[in-house]
Design a binder for this molecule. Sequence first.
Ligand code: KG4
Ligand code: ZN
Length: 339
Amino acid sequence: MISQPLVLGIETSCDETAVGIVRGRTLLANVISSSVEEHARFGGVVPEIASRAHLEAMPYVIKQALRDAKVSLSDIDAVGVTAGPGLIGALLVGTGAAHGIALALDKPLYGVNHLSAHLAVDALDQSRDLSPAIGLLVSGGHSSIIEVTDLALAVKVLGSTIDDAAGEAFDKIARVLELDFPGGPAIDRLALSGDPAAIDFPRGLQSSDFNFSFSGLKSAVARYLQQTPEAIRADVAASFQEAVVDVLLTKALRACAETGIAALLIAGGVAANSRLRAEAARRCQMAGVELRIPPMELCTDNGVMVAALTSLALSAGVAPSAIGFPTLSTVPLNQPTWA
Ligand code: KG4
Ligand code: ZN
């Protein structure tokens, strides 16, 4: 087994055409081409437009990643690609490219779970050994609390959202507030000038389990805006964001306490939220929990996370995926790579 494999990772599950290159646990390149502006006027990602944009961008993104990493394609030891969950047409462009490269080089190919890949970015922080953590995965499609022992093999899901994902709630509330798409970063920016304590929005599902629900909060914000013509939008954004952050961190830290795992790993697009990052740092310090949170640019979708998970799978001796593995729009969190 190669001890420090050079891995190329491809991500095309949504609107980012992204290629990352890692050597073992070291990041060498992170190139992203986004079609987000082409979707903005539709208020959401249009699958057909995303797929076409992936096809156009792919060759350039791959070449740029190789240039940045100062390696040539023939140096690559393995190829990883997001096989799901995501938009099928978009995923197929990535898996098609990955199959082409792996077959031409005669190298192993791994179809990986986008959700596990978000968490795998943490492996690139070499300041400590790989060790168990409670994962808080918060993206556009998922919100879950996970016991992470070995990402390449399996994870244990402790709880998930029963309705909207955290990112989805951000995107929907942004629409109600007439903010630009994508909504998460727009709310984050607007909230900076608002008062998080201005409106006491409901926290939703304060049960003793690890599930989330954001639909009540969403309705409460919409109702508040309808009934309060003089509403200050920045206060609404900040108070909504505060409710989401509070619920996420309360349950995640309770999972740390109940499992005795004193490390919290936050990943996925919503992990880029400035309030979540600041509040997580504060609460983790108070609770004596080590906070692991990737740099902002590695929280939202990228190819590095796919390369990182592929590298972990190689090190763990996981068998490559079969050529022609399927792309899937939904995938259970506990399947890190495809057989
Ligand atoms: O992980 P990701 O890039 O794609 C998925 O796998 O879904 O997550 C995208 C989600 C979107 O809902 C977006 O609004 C949200 O992450 N997001 C944020 C921020 N940046 C991205 N939410 C809150 N604050 C942010 N700064
Ligand atoms: Zn994602």
